[in-house]
Design a protein around this ligand. Structure first.
Ligand code: GDP
Ligand code: K
Ligand code: MG
Length: 270
């Protein structure tokens, strides 16, 4: 049997390390990430040493501004992990989904572990429709409490069952989608197919590091710049802000469809 490399990614304090400890028990190795004093924990799944697990640094975004973001981004894009378990804090769903969308954009196979369900229930003011959330994201979503070790066995089952099938990406605004399509056509063959969308979006955001990495020709750069310019005129906005706003629009739609604020009901009754 071959080993499968999983990583835990998510916002700071979403419960990654707590979950990591539950998943691995004492099968842990603790060190540092190369060149930085950020703790690195890796281990093997309890009762199944074929599954390796890496606890990644907590981040809000995959933009390369902090060491944590760079480590996580490179780790995923360099193919050092087969799959990612996105640890999402259910009590901060809206904020956490921003990273989820970016993880999806990288094309890495993904499962969502919706954590802190005990706290969500205790707070009692919000309900998340898990089926709808999984349907809209087109991803497996398993609700858990890492702290109380609730439903983690179900998550482990899902991790071992899930195959490496690719999923559909979140579809953004048509006008942005056309730009992504055009840029993808320009860079086709230069990057792994599963990462084409990620690179196209980064180039649309004018990510300098990425365009240097890809060693684009002057003609390719010009083609891409033309696409960006046209799209910026259409949106009357700058490209990186177009992407951020589009992701937030998408999250707003998800929240509207999947989350009920029960406070709204009690307020309207009182
Ligand atoms: P990380 O930054 O993502 O590694 O998060 P940690 O695992 O360090 O957890 C952050 C805090 O959340 C700690 O105080 C944990 O005890 C707590 N925590 C983690 N998972 C849960 C959970 O499922 N429910 C509750 N109520 N607290 C949790
Ligand atoms: K922490
Ligand atoms: Mg941690």
């Amino acid at each position: 049997m071959t080993t499968t490399a999983w990583s835990l990614a998510g916002n700071p304090n979403s419960g990654k390390t707590t979950l990591f400890n539950v998943l691995t028990g004492s099968n842990q190795h603790i060190g540092n990430w190369p060149g930085v004093t950020i703790e690195r924990k890796s281990g093997k799944l309890k009762h199944n040493s074929q599954v390796e697990i890496q606890d990644l640094p907590g981040i809000y975004s995959l933009s390369p501004y902090s060491s944590e973001e760079i480590i996580t981004r490179n780790y995923i894009l360099n193919g050092q992990t087969d799959r990612v378990l996105d640890v999402v804090d259910a009590t901060n769903l809206e904020r956490n989904l921003y990273l989820t969308l970016q993880l999806m954009e990288t094309g890495v196979p993904l499962i969502v572990g919706l954590n802190m369900m005990d706290r969500l229930k205790k707070e009692g003011n919000r309900k998340i429709n898990l089926k709808k959330l999984a349907y809209i994201l087109n991803l497996p979503v398993v609700s858990i409490s890492a702290l109380k070790n609730q439903n983690v066995d179900q998550l482990v089952k899902q991790m071992q069952e899930s195959d490496l099938q690719t999923y559909t990406y979140p579809e953004y605004d048509d006008r942005l989608e056309s730009a992504i399509k055009l840029i993808s056509a320009t860079i086709q063959g230069l990057v792994p197919t599963s990462q084409l969308r990620w690179y196209a979006i980064k180039l649309f955001e004018r990510d300098e590091e990425i365009s240097a990495d890809l060693k684009l020709t002057a003609v390719q750069r010009q083609e891409i710049e033309n696409t960006i310019n046209t799209t910026e005129k259409v949106f009357d906005d700058v490209s990186d802000s177009i992407v951020v706003n589009t992701r937030y629009d998408y999250i707003t739609r998800i929240m509207n469809m999947c989350v009920i604020d029960t406070n709204d009901f009690s307020m309207s009754w009182s």
